[in-house]
Design a protein around this ligand. Structure first.
Ligand code: MN
Length: 355
């Protein structure tokens, strides 16, 4: 186990953070992964998004939009100086996603796999095997990043993509807490027959990863009865702050600061953030897989992240998932996603006293 800080980021001589982006890395920087404090893994995988696919294009979309993000951050300062890099978008995962998606399509159209249907069974096996290959890829990349002493982050892809990252981090930080920002609980045992559905990520995490200490869910506003029961039966290991209940606290006079402090108090010392873009209000993510009315605004999220960064908790990694480009190249989701990504980086680095 290593916890050494990475070598100081190498800022290219003459780099002007206020000029138009010239590098082709994240946020127009040209920091290499070897010199970065945070390394982002792009995972262009989206086999099971049931309502509207497209998040496989998320990493490229966010990367492109990130060129327009101004680098001085009002909350977290010059985040970029800590060294932020993204790995190349893996073509093997992109083509795996296409094949898995093609296999999943008839099942999604049918509203789920029919028990006893042989072609469905074959398709499920194909999709499940593809998902496991993604997890193996993510585990391997995560180990490489952690062994260099850097902080791992993941840019999805659908919300099933970060399973391998959470697994590796929970091994190194037993008792790890997860802060999940999401419209959906993602606690379904399986969804439409897929073991690794985006709607099952936290059921898989909480049942397969015993070293994860706690899941704190925020912004949830679309759940099934078995998901509610699963959270209730978890004896406090899953704590859900439903979107409506957050609003009720505010309608009753609680400030957003007070609400955020309650959320942060529910987390253990070591924290992983899993950010599904649909946790935000749908005007922030009109093209995401499954938008739901209600949700958090961008300034509310920024306030939560800033309080978390200064709370004494330590953010050890994060993911941002379900960002999808719109039809005809609409860039809005990418624009929001790139800014959320910069804030997540700022929160993480500040919590570790790096930025
Ligand atoms: Mn989700």
């Amino acid at each position: 186990m290593k916890s050494s800080k990475p070598a100081a980021a190498v800022v290219p001589a003459g780099f002007d953070p206020d000029a138009a982006a010239t590098g082709d890395g994240l946020f127009g920087l040209d920091t290499t992964p070897e010199h970065a404090s945070v390394v982002v893994m792009p995972i262009p995988f989206d086999a099971t998004t049931s309502y509207r696919p497209g998040t496989a294009a998320g990493p490229a979309h966010v990367l492109q939009a990130s060129m327009q993000v101004d680098l001085e951050d009002i909350q977290f300062g010059p985040i970029w100086k800590a060294g932020v890099a993204i790995l190349p978008v893996p073509k093997s995962i992109a083509s795996l996603s296409k094949r898995a998606r093609a296999a999943a399509e008839p099942i999604i159209r049918a509203g789920g796999a029919t028990p006893g249907d042989r072609s469905h069974a074959r398709a499920l096996a194909t999709v499940n095997a593809a998902s496991e290959r993604v997890h193996e890829h993510v585990r391997r990349e995560t180990r490489g990043i952690l062994d260099r002493g850097a902080i791992p982050a993941l840019l999805g892809g659908d919300h099933a993509s970060p399973f391998g990252l959470i697994e590796e981090l929970s091994k190194r930080h037993p008792g790890l807490g997860i802060l999940q920002i999401d419209a959906h609980a993602d606690l379904r045992e399986t969804y439409e027959g897929f073991t690794w559905s985006h709607a099952s990520i936290f059921h898989n995490v909480m049942t397969r990863l015993p070293k994860v200490g706690k899941l704190v869910q925020v912004g949830i506003r679309d759940v099934g009865s078995r998901e509610v029961a699963f959270a209730k039966q978890s004896k406090g290991r899953v704590q859900t702050f439903y979107d409506q209940r957050l609003r009720d606290m505010q309608f009753g006079g609680a400030t957003w600061t007070a609400v955020c402090k309650r959320i942060i108090a529910a987390l253990p010392k070591q924290v992983y953030i899993s950010f599904d873009i649909d946790g935000l209000t749908s005007e922030h993510c009109p093209h995401t897989g499954t938008p739901v009315p209600g949700g958090l605004t961008f300034p509310e999220i920024c306030h939560l992240l800033e309080l978390l960064a200064h709370s004494g908790k330590r953010v050890v990694g994060f993911d941002l998932c379900e960002v999808a480009p719109g039809a005809r190249g609409d860039e809005w989701n990418g624009t929001v996603g790139a800014r959320v990504l910069y804030k997540l980086l700022g929160c993480t680095l500040r919590s570790q006293r790096i930025a």
